[in-house]
Write a protein that binds this ligand. Structure first.
Ligand code: FAD
Length: 317
């Protein structure tokens, strides 16, 4: 079922979450162990992130280092299929531009269709760590909007080559990312919103936000979106803060602010256990506030740590 149908049919705010594929060499049981404690909250959908290749350096027999490209977390598509098969819950694969040619994307979309997957979250994807900025694949897409256009085309039965174009298209519900505190590369929020609106006008049907810790940011983002003619559902993304290190790491990696009150409370903690309690409590209050603000669904970035999310969901749903 499409995410938009889940949202339209909902009688109360929904609970959903996101998982990372396990590191190469690990087992899919990790995924099931992360999902099972959260099933009692009846998630209508579960997202699975996509991770492009990165470089590693391997020492050769002659002592020189060889630069090797490898994907540390493969398996997004098969994890989605396994989730749908085992739990009968819609799985949403993240689809990225990075590392994909248009032909790769077309084939990936056909596989997803054959697997009975109805939704995709369309993104540009993170840059490879070494590149220092996003470099599009040759014959690939530079922006999420370009990738979105390809999915929209396939939904209309338009393939890359005319020979295959016809009635047999895909039928994906397309989600995109939104940034209440702006994407780190955008010169300002207004410019960022212009591209967000462009993607909605092209056919994106819902938005999932970057994490944020101040509900005012969500409230003003919703208002700005409405004022700019963006009228699709906007699902807030939430990640409980669990370590002191995240106080500096999260703003750096995700270009977000940590409110003073939360930062001070975390800084005062003596142990990691205390930090976790502060983070969980903040996330519970934030979740309750977002429901009051009318959020249609709360989407949690689990990072595979379902015990924390379970405590939050127990207090909120
Ligand atoms: P875009 O929409 O392409 O925007 C990137 C930048 O370019 C923005 O500054 C925007 O303002 C600007 N821009 C947009 N369109 C245009 C255009 N047509 N012309 C010029 N400028 C433009 N990353 C992963 O690698 N894997 C994941 O699974 C993943 N999941 C995510 C889930 C969520 C909910 C979020 C919020 C992010 C996720 N990311 C993931 C990170 C995301 O890929 C990065 O933030 C990336 O840098 C931007 O992605 P985007 O889809 O917003 O890109």
């Amino acid at each position: 079922m499409k995410i938009t149908e889940h949202l339209n049919n909902a009688k109360k705010p929904l609970f959903s979450f996101e998982l990372l594929p396990p590191m190469k060499g690990q087992n899919i049981d990790q995924i099931f162990e992360a999902i099972e404690p959260l099933m009692e909250f009846e998630p209508p959908f579960i997202d699975v992130t996509y991770h492009r290749e990165d470089f590693i350096y391997k020492k050769q027999a002659n002592g020189l280092l060889e630069k090797v490209s490898t994907r540390k977390r493969p398996g997004t598509v098969s994890i989605c299929a396994a989730i749908q098969f085992k739990y009968k819950v819609d799985a949403v694969p993240h689809l990225i531009c990075g590392g994909f040619t248009k032909e790769d994307t077309e084939n990936a979309l056909i596989e997803l269709k054959f697997l009975g997957i109805d939704n995709v979250l369309v993104l540009r994807g993170d840059a490879r760590k070494e590149d220092g900025g996003f470099i599009p694949e040759e014959k690939g897409h530079a922006y999420a909007s370009d990738l979105l256009q390809q999915v929209v085309n396939m939904n209309k039965g338009r393939y890359l080559h005319d020979e295959y174009t016809g009635a047999n298209g895909t039928n994906f519900c397309i989600g995109i990312a939104g940034y209440p505190e702006k994407h780190f590369e955008a010169p300002n929020l207004k410019t960022d919103l212009r591209y967000l609106k462009m993607k909605v006008d092209m056919g994106a049907e819902y938005i999932v936000t970057q994490m944020f810790y101040d509900n005012e940011k969500y409230a003003s983002f919703i208002k700005l979106c409405k004022d700019n003619g963006i009228n699709v559902p906007i699902i807030p993304g939430l990640k409980p803060l669990t370590t002191k290190k995240q106080l500096t790491l999260l703003p750096k990696v995700f270009n977000i602010d940590i409110p003073e009150e939360l930062a001070d409370a975390v800084a005062d903690c003596k142990t990691d256990k205390e930090v976790k309690e502060v983070g969980i409590d903040w996330c519970i209050q934030q979740s309750k506030g977002l429901i009051e603000l009318g959020a249609p669904c709360l989407h949690y970035y689990t990072m595979g740590k379902s015990d924390t999310i379970k405590r939050i969901a127990t207090a909120v749903f």
